[in-house]
Write a protein that binds this ligand. Sequence first.
Ligand code: RFL
Ligand code: PHB
Length: 390
Amino acid sequence: MRTQVAIIGAGPAGLFLAHLLRAAGIDCVVIERRDRAYVEQRVRAGIVEQITVDLMRRLGITERLDRFGLVHDGTQLGIAGELFRIDFLKLTGSTVTVYGQQEVMHDLFEAAAERGMEIVWNADEVELHELAGTQPYVTWRKDGAEQRLDCALVAGCDGFHGVSRASIPTSVLQVFERVYPFGWLGILADVPPCDEELIYANHARGFALASMRSPTRSRYYVQVPLGDTVEEWSDARFWDELCERLGPDAAARVTTGPSFEKSIAPLRSFVGEPMRWGRLFLAGDAAHIVPPTGAKGMNLAVSDVIMLSEAMIEFFLEGSEAGIDGYSQRALARVWKGERFSWWLTSITHRFPDMDAFARRIQIAELDYLRGSEAAQRTLAENYVGLPLE
Ligand code: RFL
Ligand code: PHB
């Protein structure tokens, strides 16, 4: 088999890139380790930035987003049970949209099938070859048989645990990392959300987040110590802890009910540089991870592939390497700002095990400053709704 771009991974980065290339008339094949149901059913991101909405509109896949997406003009922050609001629309002129990653993936896969795009599912033992030369190729096993795809460029969109980043020599790849001493326990329940907007709550017992998927489906998280298991968290214990941390006003509006999904995700900040090596280009979680506090992970995957598609289009349609040569630097400039924001919002909202009384007072002062300062609120708002693509 031969194509122009081999895309490794059918998550948001891989599928958005495939659609962007196809719209420009560039051939690509997506190679995915799992099956469609697995990728579509993973419960992950909940918030999309306007750049993601705009991209979906450009690709003509907003029919369900327009019907079911919930546009949020602002968010609530909590300090020890007291809430205050940050008005994104007033402060930045922009909004965010609640639309689950599962819905985004569904729309991308449906459109890919209608448009006859090629996705190889259940590809085992994917390996990348000759990335330093001009004729790279990808091999994998499917149903026991060895397969090979020759291409001009490879897009590594295979997430944090994929093979792409691992194909860059360790002498070239520089890694920057923070591992946080806690995780998020998240649940989904078919109960109405406690508020029309999200609530990010700082409480002495730890962070809590009230989010949603629809007017009848809630998504809630509480910070838990590393090492906790979901078996230790009955629904009853979860609801009690959540209500305590959200504070009395929000707790009074929480509708409890049985959860149908419960999982714990560790928190990490990570950047691998550069995002290009030879003919390999990393995008999304393959290159960087953020803690979910800023709701940036999927949106950074989107900004990466918008930039990468522009570079690849320039390469194939204009014969210029300027775009692909500049990709890593251009993408990293936005990635690091997303890293900074996600790290900062995590640091002011979570309880750190080594926090002394001084550190706690500083945290409270930071949130109190945010409550009282329009300038501080605008800084948070412009990062949360998403920085421009430069
Ligand atoms: P993905 O989604 O991990 O997709 C990678 C794909 O590659 C496949 N793969 C391979 N394929 C072939 N060969 C191999 N060797 C392969 N190895 C892996 C995988 O099966 C998979 O299908 O990466 P991508 O596309 O870069 O997308 C990144 C986003 O999924 C991620 O950043 C977000 O989910 C992060 N995130 C959030 N992002 C937001 O923008 N807003 C949010 O509100 C938000 N909330 C969250 C989140 C992530 C969370 N967890 C569980 C990590 C909340 C949580 C709890
Ligand atoms: C979610 O709804 O899953 C969600 C929302 C906001 C975040 C993280 C996750 O910051």
